[in-house]
Design a protein around this ligand. Structure first.
Ligand code: PNW
Length: 490
């Protein structure tokens, strides 16, 4: 078999920017430092340590709250064109509300932004990567419709602080994980297990909150600063298990991608009609008088429609779908089944794994997902805001290099053959970090972080050398995959 690297030289065009991503709770630590308020992850790791591998917490994590200068240094030595990080809501607004702005928190991100700009790296901000202030959770969190305004208030504060220096924004990271892991199976914070209403309310409010933050940027900040803003969706590509399952796969794609994208990117807005229909049918069969999927008013549909200047996708995995057998479907838990669709998910044949058991690896999925997006939502600019491989931590991480090579080959095909406008790509992740339930045992970093070292020393893995070489040459070819040459690229 011809490995791509040995046969061809895949060039990436100048408009295609290379970056890396992290998130606040996963790297910062300083959980109560300098006036930061408590968020739902702080509360969950402290109240139910048994949920986390090795009783891990993000209390210190990679200590980026104190070691951000080193993060900027490695971003610079990699030659990153952009660095995607998230803002901790409770670090800026300790109560969750704008009655009190924490100056030390505001300064932390301001310094980070300035240091990145000094190195010529574009700072790329995610407003919300899952760390909700506890006060807002105690008022219902994402199930309370008032969160739409509260999120808007928070967004306005962040724009006021940084919009002069930030050209690219994301509102919410992966609403599907917030709603389905946080409120449905409840394995993630806030640990709410309510499968009937909560995930659907969360879904609706996340879309409205995103739109609110978009509209505020659009009217109050864009005229002056002219940035771009979107939402990052976690797109899990769905394949039919057998040719008979093609119709179910179409529904599955609307469920995984459409629930969080149709309202924003489609011509008509609102929920995907196929999902609306199935949710209504299920709800009546379950004895309810209305759909458990809360309707949008016409006004809300208009409010959400078109609120994205590009399409941001995180891609890790692909699943196959088939109808469930009797008794087989229990709950939405780690992507084993989709009770709303009476469907079972399984890893695709020919997929393989890193360390994470919930992410079968299937590189073709990233391209097929983008082809689907273009077909359904038109010729929108796509930024791949996360893509990454989980390992147990060795520095010679050739499996991770292989993963990036295979996925970037698919990205290149999508640009060349399918004519998809892809303008950026971020690896997840710049450095090892708190991998949610897996704690520190699952590593996504292209830099190793020594979590036993009080200094949290960062060391480049082979994949960091690969990525630096790729960014420098802007081509996927033999040079950057040669083990001897790699040693010199940083
Ligand atoms: C993303 N899946 O979450 C998050 O944005 C990151 O915070 C996280 O560290 C990273 O992926 C790696 O897990 C995902 O089941 C969670 O397909 C679940 C899935 C994908 C991404």
């Amino acid at each position: 078999l011809c490995r791509v690297s040995l046969c061809i030289n895949l060039k990436f065009p100048p408009l295609f920017k290379f970056g890396a991503a992290t998130s606040s709770y996963q790297i910062e630590g300083g959980w109560d430092a300098d006036g930061k308020g408590e968020n739902v992850w702080d509360r969950l790791v402290h109240s139910k340590p048994e949920l986390f591998n090795g009783n891990a917490t993000g209390d210190v994590a990679a200590n980026s709250f104190h070691k951000w200068r080193e993060d900027v240094k490695i971003a610079a030595e990699l030659g990153l064109q952009f660095y995607r990080f998230s803002i901790s809501w409770a670090r800026i607004l300790p109560t969750g509300f704008p009655n009190k702005i924490n100056k030390a928190g505001a300064k932390y991100y301001s310094d980070l932004i300035d240091a990145l700009l000094d190195e010529g790296i574009a700072p790329f901000i995610t407003l919300y990567h899952w760390d909700l202030p506890v006060k807002i959770q105690d008022l219902g969190g994402w199930t309370n419709p008032l969160i739409v305004n509260w999120f808007g208030d928070y967004a306005r504060v962040v724009y006021s602080l940084y919009a002069d220096r930030i050209k690219t924004w994301l509102t919410i990271n992966e609403a599907i994980i917030i709603c389905d892991y946080g409120y449905n199976s409840g394995v993630f914070a806030p640990n709410v297990k309510e499968q009937i209403f909560a995930p659907n309310l969360c879904n609706k409010h996340a879309l409205l909150a995103h739109a609110k933050a978009y509209r505020i940027y659009d009217t109050e900040f864009r005229p002056k600063f002219n940035g771009r803003i979107s939402i990052a969706n976690n797109l899990i590509w769905i394949e039919p298990r057998t040719p008979k399952d093609e119709e179910l796969a179409k529904l599955g794609r609307e469920y995984m991608a459409g629930r969080f994208a149709h309202a924003i990117f489609s011509k008509n807005g609102g929920w995907p009609p196929s999902i609306e229909k199935v949710m209504f049918k299920n709800s009546l069969a379950q004895g309810f008088t209305h759909s458990r999927l809360p309707a949008f008013t016409e006004e809300e549909k208009e409010f959400i429609k078109g609120t994205a200047d590009f399409l941001a996708m995180n891609y890790y995995t692909t699943y196959t779908i088939r109808p469930g057998k009797k008794g087989e479907i229990t709950e939405f838990l780690f992507l084993k089944s989709l009770p709303d669709l009476d469907a079972v998910l399984e890893p695709p044949p020919n997929s393989y794994y890193g360390v994470s058991r919930v992410m079968p690896i299937y590189p073709q999925g990233i391209r097929r997902q983008m082809v689907w997006l273009k077909k359904h939502y038109g010729d929108v600019d796509i930024v791949i805001t996360e893509n990454g491989y989980s390992s147990s931590g060795q520095l010679d991480d050739y499996n991770r290099i292989d993963y990036y090579e295979k996925h970037l080959e698919q990205v290149h095909l999508a640009m060349e053959v399918d004519k998809i406008n892809i303008t950026g790509y971020a690896v997840w992740s710049l450095i090892d970090n708190f991998e949610w339930l897996d704690g520190y045992s699952t590593k996504f970093g292209i830099y190793d972080v020594d979590f036993k070292d009080p200094d949290r020393r960062r060391t480049p893995r082979a994949s960091a050398h690969f990525y630096a070489c790729l960014i420098k040459t802007r081509a996927l070819n033999n040079t950057c995959l040669n083990k001897d040459l790699l040693a010199d690229s940083l």
